[in-house]
Ligand binder design. Structure first.
Ligand code: PMV
Length: 323
C-alpha cells in the first residue's frame, strides 16, 4: 500500500500496520469453544498514521469508509474512538492532540478481519507515538474489547491471528498455538462482493442453537473433528485430504445456515475447476470463500471464480513451517 503522499508522511509521528486474515476451518463453532485454524493475509493491509492535530483535537479519520470522528465527542459504541480511548486508559494518559488517519485495503464485513486489522493498526500506531511497546498478546486483548462492538460475542480468533501475525490454532480463552505446515498451501480468496456483518450471522446461529441445542452441538462437534483432522493434514502436507476436509467444513457451515447461493456458486465453481476443496471463510452469508489449489490450477480456478461472479480473487500462500 502506498499511503500517504511523501510530504504528509514526513510529519507522521508514528505508523502502525496489520494484515487481514482468513479462517481455514472452524468458524462459528469456535464461538462455542471448539478450535479453529486461522492465517494472516499480508497481501491485504490496514495502516494507521498519527499526526499532530493542527487544532489540538484528538480525532480519527478513515477516508475509505467516509468517517471522521472527534474522539471526545464520539459515542461510546464508536469502534474507532474506542481504540484511542482504550489505549489512553491503559496508559493512563489524557486524549492526545493527534489526528489518526486510517487506510485499509481490507473490504469491510467480508470475513477478512477488517475491523480487527484497523483496530490493531491504530493501536500499534498510537503506542508507537506514545513511545510504548506492547506484546502481541496485550494488543490482541485490547482489540478483542473493540471487536465486541462489531461482533457482540466474538470468539477472539480475529484479533488473535491479526495481532500475532502468524497462523494460529485457536481455542477461545486460551493463548494461540502455532502449528506445523508440511507443504506450502496455495489458497484463492474469492469475494462474493456481498457485505455481511458477522454479528448477524453469529446471532442467527445462536438463535438456532437455542432452539435446537442437540442438533447444533452435534454440528459444532463435527466441525471440531474436521479442524483436528485438518491440523494433521496440514502437518503432513496432504492437500487432497485438506481439500476434502474444507468441503466437509463448508457442508457443516451450510447446515448451520450461514452459506448463501453466491457462496455455493463460488465454491462449486472452484471445485469443478480443479480445486482440492472450497469453503466459505468467516461469518458467511456473503463475504469471502477460500479454495485450496495446486499452483498449476491457480489460473483455471481464478478464471472459474470470476466467471461465477466473484468480484475479485486474491491468491495467498501458507508457507511451510516445521514445528
Ligand atoms: O470476522 P469474521 O466474519 O471472519 O468471523 C469470525 C469468525 C466467527 O467464528 C464467525 C465469529 C467469531 O467471533 O469467531
Amino acid at each position: 500500500m502506498t499511503f500517504p503522499p511523501d510530504e504528509t508522511l514526513a510529519f507522521a509521528l508514528a505508523t502502525g500496520r496489520a494484515p487481514g486474515k482468513i479462517i481455514l476451518c472452524g468458524e462459528h463453532a469456535v464461538v462455542y469453544g471448539r478450535p479453529a485454524i486461522a492465517v494472516p493475509v499480508f497481501r491485504l493491509q490496514a495502516e494507521a498514521l498519527v499526526y499532530p492535530d493542527p487544532e489540538g483535537l484528538c480525532r480519527v479519520e478513515a477516508p475509505d469508509i467516509g468517517r471522521q470522528v472527534v474522539v471526545a465527542a464520539a459515542g461510546e459504541d464508536d469502534p474507532l474512538a474506542h481504540v484511542v480511548r482504550r489505549v489512553c486508559a491503559a496508559l493512563e494518559r489524557p486524549l492526545p492532540p493527534w489526528r489518526v488517519v486510517v487506510r485499509s485495503e481490507i473490504p469491510v464485513a467480508s470475513g477478512l478481519g477488517s475491523g480487527a486489522a484497523v483496530a490493531t493498526a491504530m493501536a500499534r500506531a498510537l503506542l508507537a507515538a506514545f513511545g510504548v511497546e506492547w506484546s502481541a498478546g496485550a494488543i490482541s486483548a485490547l482489540v478483542y474489547e473493540v471487536e465486541k462492538l462489531h461482533h457482540g460475542t466474538p470468539s477472539g480468533v480475529d484479533n488473535t491471528v491479526i495481532a500475532y501475525g502468524q497462523p494460529v490454532w485457536f481455542v477461545r480463552g486460551q493463548p494461540p498455538t502455532p502449528f506445523a505446515v508440511g507443504a506450502a498451501l496455495d489458497l484463492l480468496i474469492g469475494d462474493t462482493g456481498i457485505a455481511s456483518p458477522t454479528r448477524l450471522a453469529v446471532a442467527d446461529v445462536r438463535r438456532g442453537w437455542q432452539a435446537d441445542p442437540p442438533r447444533f452441538e452435534a454440528l459444532f462437534d463435527r466441525i471440531a473433528a474436521i479442524v483436528h483432522e485438518a491440523r494433521t493434514a496440514i502437518a503432513a502436507g496432504d492437500r487432497p485430504r485438506l481439500g476434502a476436509l474444507m468441503d466437509a467444513n463448508h457442508e457443516a457451515l451450510a447446515a448451520l445456515g450461514v452459506s448463501s447461493p453466491e457462496l455455493e456458486r463460488l465454491c462449486g465453481a472452484a471445485r469443478a475447476a480443479g480445486a482440492w476443496g472450497a469453503k466459505l471463510s468467516g461469518g458467511g452469508r456473503g463475504g469471502n470463500m477460500i479454495a485450496l489449489v495446486d499452483p498449476d490450477r491457480r489460473e483455471a480456478v481464478t478464471a472459474a471464480l470470476l466467471a461465477a461472479g466473484a468480484r475479485r480473487v486474491i491468491p495467498t500462500t501458507l508457507h511451510t513451517t516445521p514445528l
